[in-house]
Write a protein that binds this ligand. Structure first.
Ligand code: SF4
Length: 422
């Protein structure tokens, strides 16, 4: 592995997640056109949205107390943002642009950034009410989670289908999104899929964008066959922790309500549904999401092995002790112990020929994507045939998929109206 942070953006992205950065007073991020520091709803992001060399999107922790000890400091120098480590220049940082549509309003008068926000280059929408683990008499929310702290501040509580569609179209036209992610917490009666389906149908039919759904695992696994038929392209199950005992401690609500096994069964079932209709630009991907840093790194590695063995793709976040959460004082993991976890993420995906890095223009700021982790692998030049295949697939997929999006844009007059208005 290349240890020079100037030459290895993957290592830099990882190191920044683990150590955060201080913002020098010379930085007036919002005045310089950056995205505001919203506490994003996934419960793990709170930082500075930026793009590292190599086009790696990231969200650098800057708000949490641990960042005050960080050797990294962001400066604003001669019109550019510069990242320094112990005073030495590492690289220039590009701030992820603040979308114009963030300040626009839907026809119903809601600020668009309260309906959906960009996370890297995709649009994240949390259409439901707050996860019910937060509203029980005895709260049993996941200990790292900030969702119940954020509601009513950064996100609107209710979002109807028309409002979501308006924001999706604006984000497509002005930010070039290709993927929309719908996310919910737990609701009694497992109503989350019922809640999401009208949004999914509308977005698929009227925009043709890739759509993903992240919810707890529904008891009726046949619902996932239905989602696939509806055009959902990604299902994601966040079990967070693979070690059974740690799972109970970290995610008490998930443990009581579902149990780790339900999550694993859903992943296995969804992965068994295949990889979708790629020729018609309707892939089907199953993700299992974990948080590295809250259990032994070897347990995270076992989780990655298990997920990839089933044919699913791991999403691996790094634990961040968000202010106000139960774990606000828990230490972040070190870069050294995280490198083998993320190296395994890349190696396993390649070894098993999983379709990573194919969707066009999907950059994620809150996690290290498997394909980004090539810079952490001890064998970055292995799997040559697979790398060539993935590069070819990516090119062909992007060309056809973008044609489909343009056809939708011509078919629906709402796009033309938006264009005229802006
Ligand atoms: S399930 Fe856990 S992580 Fe997800 S919103 Fe609820 S408390 Fe937060």
């Amino acid at each position: 592995m290349e240890h020079d942070l100037r030459k290895n953006p993957a290592l830099l992205k990882l190191d920044l997640y683990c150590r955060g950065a201080q913002l020098d007073e010379s930085c007036l991020i919002e005045d310089a056109g950056g995205r505001p520091l919203l506490r994003t709803r996934a419960g793990l992001g709170s930082g500075l949205e930026a793009i590292l060399p190599g086009g790696l999107y990231t969200n650098i922790p800057v708000a949490e107390p641990f960042t005050q000890q960080s050797p990294y400091r962001v400066h604003h120098e001669e019109g550019a943002f510069v990242l320094r480590l112990d005073g030495d220049r590492i690289c220039e940082l590009q701030l992820s642009p603040r979308p114009q549509w963030y300040d626009a309003e839907t026809s119903s008068g809601k600020q668009m950034s309260r309906v959906g926000t960009l996370q890297g280059t995709y649009l994240g929408i949390y259409p439901g009410k707050v996860c019910e683990y937060w509203t029980r008499e005895v709260k049993d929310n996941c200990k790292f989670c900030s969702v119940g702290l954020n509601l009513g501040h950064d996100d609107a509580d209710d979002k109807n289908v028309d409002e979501v569609l308006e924001v999706v179209r604006a984000a497509r036209l002005q930010s070039g999104i290709t993927y929309v992610d719908f996310n919910t917490g737990h609701y009694e009666g497992e109503t989350y899929l019922d809640l999401l389906e009208p949004y999914v149908r509308a977005v698929k039919e009227q925009t043709g964008l890739l759509v993903g759904v992240q919810t707890p695992p529904h008891a009726d696994l046949k619902r996932y066959d239905e989602l696939k038929k509806m055009g959902v392209n990604r299902v994601s199950f966040c079990f967070e922790i693979f070690d059974q005992e740690r799972f109970v401690e970290v995610c008490p609500g998930k443990h009581t309500q579902y149990g780790l096994d339900r999550y694993l069964e859903a992943i296995e079932y969804c992965a068994s549904l295949g990889s979708g209709d790629i020729a018609n630009f309707e892939p089907w991907v199953t993700n299992g999401e974990i948080i590295a840093g809250l259990e032994d790194p070897q347990s995270s590695i076992r989780a990655i092995d298990w997920i990839t063995e089933k044919g699913a793709i791991p999403t691996v976040c790094i634990f961040r002790p968000l202010i106000g959460t139960d774990y606000e004082e828990v230490a972040v993991p070190s870069t050294e112990e995280m490198v083998p976890v993320f190296a395994r993420l890349y190696d396993d995906c390649m070894r098993r020929g999983l379709p990573i890095g194919v969707a066009p223009n999907v950059h994620v700021s809150l996690v290290m994507l498997p394909e980004e982790c090539v810079g952490l692998s001890e064998k970055p030049h292995a799997h040559k045939l697979n790398r060539v295949k993935l590069a070819g697939l990516k090119k062909v997929f992007a060309a056809g998929f973008l044609r489909r999006l343009r056809a939708k844009e011509q078919k629906f007059p709402e796009y033309a109206r938006l264009r005229d208005a802006s």
